[in-house]
Design a protein around this ligand. Structure first.
Ligand code: ADP
Ligand code: MG
Length: 399
């Protein structure tokens, strides 16, 4: 096993005597030390030399210790910092902690106490570093998934589709059905990977949305058409009611399309053969909000300022969700204990993605139990004022 290198400490103090005493003690304990006599010199040393910890005097000529700390954090360096001062008060301690100090010691300090605090700060720093490395590994793994797994699956879907279409030789209806089912299973894996990737993008602030005014009914119509063959095969009535005029919404249409795909895909998993899924889209005014809308209301400024909202609901007569699970299912990796006959695994990420996506558009999403059976997922999105769509002519039943 490689021997651990001694930790490097930067002492920042304008009083050479104090710096000298600290240096002697620290070196006795096996640390390597450097000294900076003011804030400017400290920042210069910190930017070039890899220090593990800084002992930083608060009062110094030129820039103060607190400002050095603030500039250090602003530059992205997370080296552990312990502040030292002879003129401490509670407000100063709070200010230092807020600025990112690991600890605070009052002068004159007790060297044993100082050593304990340094050891603790260095250990905490190590934990933070380890966590960062793990975060980075997780991120690298998730982005690797997108290329190294999604691309081959997409190629598999393409090849099966060519066979299913009969371009490589005749296929009978039963074979075509099996091939279609294989395609849908592959597509579920692609959806899972997409959900995972997008959750990561939302978490790291790297989600790039292309927001534009969108007619929600057109988007729903496309989503329903996409699932109509699967619904038909299971003898499920998939209907869309979107006949009223609704405002346009400011969203990224491809992200919202994936939200709809997740909700319809879930409903298909949980309704029995011969069941029904109804999707509706209408306009609701804030003045007519009921208890459910008020409770679920989004916290964004777009939500707070809108008067009209587009309400989209996906209702099914499947197994439903128990009352305790109605909010939990929107947390990542949560699956309620209502495994369905058609359940094909899944990762419990779909609804977490839906929630992040809808909230990124200033809206909200929640689930309700249907009156007698099944569940209903409802989305409210702030309408763009004065941008009503023309009357929709979408047929009531698409499947
Ligand atoms: N339409 C529905 N009917 C009944 N339960 C549902 C429905 N939609 C979602 N659920 C429940 O919520 C859980 C989480 O859904 P989701 O986040 O999409 O993950 P996954 O589909 O991967 O299980 C599901 O496992 C299921 O228990
Ligand atoms: Mg799902």
């Amino acid at each position: 096993m490689s021997k651990q290198l001694p930790e490097k400490i930067l002492i920042v103090d304008d009083e050479p005597d104090i710096a000298q005493i600290l240096k002697l003690h620290l070196e006795e304990f096996g640390y390597i030390t450097n000294w900076a006599a003011d804030g400017e010199a400290a920042l210069k040393q910190l930017s070039s030399n890899g220090h593990d910890l800084v002992l930083l005097d608060v009062r110094m000529p030129g820039i103060s210790g607190v400002e050095v700390l603030q500039r250090l954090r602003a530059s992205g360096l997370d080296t552990a910092v312990i502040m030292m001062t002879a003129h401490g008060n509670e407000n100063l301690v709070v200010e230092c902690m807020k600025a990112g100090a690991a600890d605070y010691v009052a002068k004159p300090f007790d060297i044993d106490d100082m050593m304990i605090r340094m050891k603790r700060a260095l250990e905490n720093q190590q934990i933070v570093k380890q966590k960062k490395i793990l975060e980075q590994e997780k991120e690298d793994f998730i982005f690797m998934l997108s290329h190294d797994m999604k691309n081959p699956i997409t190629a598999v879907i393409g090849s099966i589709d060519i066979m299913r279409e009969g371009r490589l030789g005749e296929v009978n209806p039963e074979q075509a059905e099996y091939l279609q089912s294989a395609i849908e299973s592959c597509q579920e894996v692609v959806t899972m990977i997409d959900n995972l990737l997008d959750m990561q993008r939302f978490d790291t602030g790297r989600m790039q949305s292309r927001i534009s005014p969108v007619n929600p009914c057109t988007l729903l119509e496309t989503a329903v058409r996409h699932f109509s063959a699967a619904a038909e095969r299971e003898n499920i009535a998939l209907t869309l009611n979107a006949k009223t005029r609704v405002p346009e919404i400011a969203v990224d249409s491809s992200i919202l399309a994936r939200v709809f795909a997740n909700l319809i895909g879930n409903a298909l998993k949980f309704v029995p053969d011969g069941g029904a899924i109804n999707i509706s889209c209408d306009c609701i005014e804030r003045s007519t909000f009921g208890k459910a809308e008020i409770q679920a209301a989004g916290s964004s400024s777009e939500f707070a300022s809108a008067a009209s909202f587009v309400r989209i609901s996906v209702t099914d007569n499947g197994t439903g969700v128990s009352s305790e699970d109605l909010t939990n299912i929107f947390k990542r990796y949560v699956q309620a204990g209502n495994a369905s006959r058609r359940s094909r695994g899944g990762a419990g990420l779909g609804l977490a993605f839906c929630k992040k996506a809808v909230e990124s558009f200033g809206g909200c999403i929640w689930a309700e139990n249907n009156e007698d059976e099944g569940s209903r997922f409802i989305i409210l999105l702030p309408g763009q004022s004065g941008s009503f769509t023309s009357e929709n002519s979408i047929p009531e039943k698409l499947a």
